[in-house]
Ligand binder design. Structure first.
Ligand code: XIL
Length: 572
């Protein structure tokens, strides 16, 4: 690292920051035998490196003032359980955080930082000086007015977080290197209006605003060999060398690493090492690896291998602080997911399924250290019992890394039987439906974490569904054929409309005057005047709720009388 650590907040990761994970794992291993585990979660395997994500403040929704729509609980759960570092994707950009001079708007960014603090994550502030997403009022300034706007922006934004120990590092300047071979700097309102060394000024302002923060220069297409003459990487390398020689407080270089699948720069690990030779830290600051769409299995595997290459390179270079992935799932990436030449660049699909790249990343970091299962859910209780459903709720479990969901288990009867999983909600409530009426069940709940570890089960609750509607049935008469002097009713269909099984039914048919039965089948029959009573026989009397049985009959009638019989059904 460059220079000694200052103050209470180290500029690089330290053993104390990692202690929570490692200690928890060591303690737990004394208590719980470790089964063979799925790789990950990432934050439990990243060792001395941070593993981070770019946070979308609206999806994360950690500030009720700014998250009236867009909240995504799966996104939020993954953010908490998989990562130990976060970079603001947009919420600290100048246009959002200071949209007009002196008008600071921290609501979104504060939400991201509060979420990180609550989940033991470190934070990287992105970004203080950029040619993009910077308001027009800044672009229109020049000379000393522009310089003081830059200084008050850096003071205002960094000062707001200077005492927050989670806020470790900043992109002080972003994307200032020219894509073309000369001049060295990107041509923008900064180069045309500032009239001085805005890069040097920005770093000096930043060091003064928060002396303990790690200060980075960040760019894209700078992942190649830093010493290769004429390359963009080399232009950045020369700028950093020059500024370090002038005493500019550059602590770190961020390589954005927006890669295309199969096209990682050669010797990536060696390139990181070359940056370290300048005495700066280096980080992979915005990693994503895009694929020509639609992605096929071979490309997904190549993507996985590329992610592993990046992880292995950072692991092998002591000066590499860690890796920030530019998002969580493909559906919320800044790159396309379903159209356009290339996209699907992240570790989860837009449906939050882990991609091969997830496993490759986790495996490259190493086996899971997490041996501590969540605590048992408590206070399991039932409510809203009906003849076919019951609502359950319980008190949330806790976990050293994070609870990813629950299993609801059910056993038949008041005792005995086997508990089996009937639902896997991510929240602390569940409604079990489709149950038979007047039946007793027992329920338990257990919690799961991202390593696949299961908690002990909760207390058991016993529930008896309500009796429901006993013994209802309906009858539908269908005319199969008719002629002038008679007709055939086939089928006469009896349906159990109740919520319990029935074992017998009675259909009362009323024949119009002058009609008479001439035959019947699949029932017993008794006749009293124009009232004919049919009862079920062995093969059509026992009906589950919703089930039907059929019988039939034939009758004669006076020629020209087109009336038909009516019928009602009762049980048994
Ligand atoms: C991107 C964000 O991901 C988008 O949501 C936004 O619309 C544009 O900016 N390099 C950077 C990041 O330094 O700030 C960019 O983030 C991606 C490229």
């Amino acid at each position: 690292m460059s220079g000694p650590m200052r103050g209470a907040r180290p500029r690089i990761l330290t053993a104390s920051w990692l202690a929570a994970t490692v200690l928890a794992a060591a303690t737990a291993s004394l208590i719980v035998a470790s089964p063979s585990q799925a790789a990950g979660p990432l934050r439990t395997v990243s060792g001395s490196k941070f593993i981070g994500y770019a946070a979308n403040a609206a999806l994360l929704c950690n500030n009720s003032a700014t998250c009236t729509s867009g909240q995504d609980t799966t996104y939020r759960t993954l953010a908490q359980t998989e990562f130990n570092q976060v970079t603001h994707e947009n919420s600290l950009k100048w246009e959002i955080v200071e949209p007009s001079a002196g008008n600071f708007q921290f609501a979104q960014a504060d939400g991201v930082v509060a979420h990180a603090v609550a989940n033991n994550q470190i934070v990287h502030g992105h970004t203080l000086l950029w040619h993009s997403q910077t308001p027009g009022y800044v672009q229109g300034l020049s000379g000393t007015a522009m310089r003081s706007a830059l200084q008050s922006h850096i003071n205002g934004v960094m000062g707001h977080y200077a005492t927050n120990s989670a806020m470790r590092s900043w992109d002080v300047v972003n994307e200032v290197i020219n894509d073309n071979s000369s001049p060295q700097l990107r041509q923008s309102f900064w180069t045309s209006n500032y009239g001085g060394n805005f890069v040097r000024d920005a770093f000096n302002f930043a060091r003064a605003a928060d002396p303990d923060a790690e200060l980075c220069i960040n760019d894209y297409s700078v992942e190649g060999n830093p010493t290769q003459a004429g390359s963009k990487t080399n232009r950045l390398f020369q700028l950093v060398q020059t500024e370090l020689a002038a005493g500019t407080p550059i602590d770190c270089v961020g390589l954005q690493s927006h890669f295309i699948v199969g096209q990682l720069p050669a010797n990536f690990q060696q390139n990181l090492q070359t940056w370290a030779s300048l005495g700066v830290r280096v980080r992979i600051s915005e990693l994503d690896i895009r694929i020509p769409l639609p992605a096929d299995a071979a490309e997904l595997q190549t993507q996985a291998n590329d992610y592993a290459t990046v992880v292995n390179a950072c692991k092998a270079v002591a000066a590499c602080d860690g890796i920030t992935i530019w998002g969580i799932d493909d559906g919320h990436s800044w790159l396309p997911n379903s159209c356009c030449p290339e996209g699907a660049p992240l570790l989860w699909t837009s449906a939050y399924a882990k991609k091969p790249a997830y496993d490759a990343t986790a495996n490259a970091f190493g086996p899971s250290n997490d041996t501590q299962p969540p605590t048992a859910p408590a206070n399991l209780a039932s409510s809203n019992v009906t003849s076919s459903s019951v609502s359950l709720s319980w008190t949330a479990s806790t976990d050293n890394v994070g609870v990813t969901g629950y299993d609801v288990l059910r056993a038949p009867g008041a005792s005995g039987g086997t508990f089996a999983v009937v639902g896997s909600p991510t929240s602390t409530s569940f409604t079990d439906s489709g149950l038979p009426a007047n039946s007793t069940f027992r329920y338990q709940v257990r919690a799961k974490d991202a390593a696949g570890l299961l908690s002990p089960v909760s207390n058991t609750v016993s529930v008896t569904t309500l009796p429901g509607t006993v013994g209802g049935c309906s009858i539908t008469l269908t005319v199969q054929s008719q002629w002038g002097t008679g007709y055939v009713i086939q089928p006469s269909r009896v349906t159990n409309t109740g919520t319990t099984a029935i074992s017998g039914w009675t259909v009362t048919v009323t024949l119009p005057a002058g009609h008479a039965i001439t035959g019947f089948w699949n029932a017993t029959q008794s006749i009293s005047g124009q009232t004919v009573t049919y009862r079920g026989v062995s093969w059509n009397s026992n009906l589950a709720p919703g089930a039907s049985g059929e019988f039939g009959f034939q009758a004669s009638r006076p020629n020209g009388n087109t009336a038909l019989p009516t019928a009602t059904c009762t049980t048994p």
